[in-house]
Ligand binder design. Structure first.
Ligand code: SAM
Length: 284
């Protein structure tokens, strides 16, 4: 099976192999943006970033109303950070992490050992073709990964099919404003390939599209929190991390492409043109 074409994971896996202490701390468990309840308190320290990344997971899981004895599927599970967090804070959960990339799953498997009578397993598959029977899960989570999937609609259909009635899908995503939408459509064009650090990314789904998608697939949209102000310090941290990497290893410098991308994301976030949302949907 394909490992997905995500150059940033090649970078992270190489740095983790080399035991880069910054990358191990900030992206060794969660591979997503941080959440600061008060963004003014953010520093650019690795440990502060790691704590903020953990907090983003907690904010998202809170929307899913997870209770004891639940069956949880975390799609696009990365290095298993969300599964690890639930495993540490809950008991008697049945936890499945799913990812398209076997290299990430190998790290997840090594990092997460079941605690508190939880069951933990990992599975290699495509989020748009879930290898599970109907009505298996109480919760489906998708933390900062849906923009990579071949189709949001197909993933929603699969999440709906595999959720029990009353179950929830909770996810986080980059959501453009309507004003910015026409520009996101060009993001996969040739012109932007030089920024192709993140691989296939579709960030052309507005909140209006999510409302329509929920209706078309049978979900009720329960929560749509725009948390853009709370994630913005992520970009300052990334600038610091990438700057340090380039300073140390000039031969690995990528001509400032990643710096330019981070600067662009900062501006788009500050102008609320590309927002970060936590979304929760309920299967009636
Ligand atoms: C930004 S990372 C987020 C990882 C994890 N959810 C976290 O928060 O730490 C995006 C993840 O989506 C996964 N992914 C991309 N395309 C996928 C697909 N079609 N099916 C399953 N996982 C996919 C990637 O391998 C990666 O682990």
């Amino acid at each position: 099976m394909s490992q997905g074409n995500m150059p940033y994971f090649n970078y992270l896996l190489t740095q983790l192999e080399r035991h880069n202490p910054s990358v191990e701390t900030s992206f060794g468990r969660h591979v997503h943006w941080g959440y600061w309840a008060d963004p003014r308190t953010a520093t650019t320290e690795d440990a502060d970033y790691a704590q903020a990344a953990e907090q983003l997971t907690k904010e998202l899981c809170a929307l899913a109303h997870i209770t004891e004895n639940s069956r949880i599927l975390d799609v696009g599970c990365g290095f298993g950070g969300t599964i690890a967090s639930l495993n540490e804070t809950h008991q008697s959960l049945d936890l499945t992490g799913l990812n398209i990339d076997g290299r990430q799953l190998a790290r997840a498997q090594a990092l997460v050992q079941p605690l508190h009578a939880n069951a933990v397993r990992f599975c290699q598959a495509d989020a748009c073709d879930l290898p599970f029977p109907d009505e298996q899960f109480d919760t489906v989570l998708a933390v900062e990964c849906i923009f990579h999937f071949p189709s949001r609609e197909q993933f929603f259909k699969e999440a709906f099919r595999t959720l029990k009635p009353g179950g929830r899908l909770a996810l986080s995503d980059f959501v453009p404003s309507r004003l910015f939408l026409p520009f996101t459509r060009g993001a996969s064009s040739e012109r932007f390939q030089k920024f192709n650090y993140f691989g296939h990314c579709n960030v052309s789904h507005t909140l209006g599209h999510y409302r329509k998608l929920a209706k078309a697939t049978g979900f009720e949209l329960e929560v749509a929190h725009n948390i853009t102000p709370n994630i913005l310090p992520t970009y300052r941290y990334l600038q610091r991390l990438l700057g340090a990497a380039q300073g140390k290893q000039a031969h690995e410098k990528n001509d400032g492409k990643s710096d330019a991308l981070v600067a662009l994301l900062t501006t788009l976030g500050k102008l609320r043109l590309l927002n970060y949302y936590l979304l929760a949907f309920r299967k009636p």
